[in-house]
Design a protein around this ligand. Structure first.
Ligand code: ZN
Length: 189
């Protein structure tokens, strides 16, 4: 991209804002902090506080150069995640999902093994198997239904962020040796 090209339209919300520009970046919680290791509470009100949380989550994700962030990664016990990543065809999705439900193809499903990392286990990457496709249904910050069908990195991100809301960090899915290696690389062991 050159300076003269416009940013892709998906960068901006319908009202012309960049998601997160009203938000404040928060510190990212790290593996071992209790809020990351229990299931998050469903959101009950689509109010100003939720809209502010979503803005802070986008700001925090962008400040940390992440492609996805769950609310408990900034210490908030709520079933919300945001993402900004590409699918297998390079199509970018920027979205917030509240009270998501994850749908995976029936087993035995096709898996892809690729490097996965997490802002809460900083600096570590480990081969992690994931379903090649995933669908998430939920709501945006205003309570409007959202459905995201993902392939490639987007599918991986949907599964990773949904896991966070269930209290699972990707390293919890790894064999013990790989998990310990990742935590040691992150300085958490
Ligand atoms: Zn993560």
């Amino acid at each position: 991209m050159t300076d003269h090209e416009q940013a892709p339209p998906v960068d901006r919300a319908a009202d012309g804002r960049v998601p997160g520009e009203l938000g404040r970046a928060h510190p990212i919680t790290q593996y071992g902090e209790a809020v990351l290791h229990r299931a998050c509470k469903p959101v009950e009100a689509f109010d100003d506080a939720l809209a502010a949380l979503v803005e802070d989550m986008f700001a925090s994700m962008h400040a940390a150069n992440g492609v996805g962030l769950a609310a408990n990664q900034i210490g908030v016990d709520a079933r919300v995640f945001v993402l900004d990543c590409e699918d297998a065809d390079g199509v970018r999705t920027v979205a917030a999902v509240v009270n998501p439900v994850l749908h995976l193809p029936p087993a035995p499903r096709e898996l892809m093994v690729d490097d996965e990392g997490c802002l809460s286990v900083p600096g570590a990457f480990e081969d992690t198997p994931r379903s090649t496709t995933a669908v998430v249904e939920g709501f945006d910050a205003h309570g409007e239904p959202v459905r995201i069908e993902g392939t490639g990195t987007l599918a991986r991100c949907l599964q990773h962020e949904y896991d966070h809301l269930e209290g699972t960090v990707y390293v919890d899915r790894l064999p013990k040796k790989a998990r310990n290696r990742a935590l040691a690389e992150a300085g958490l062991r």
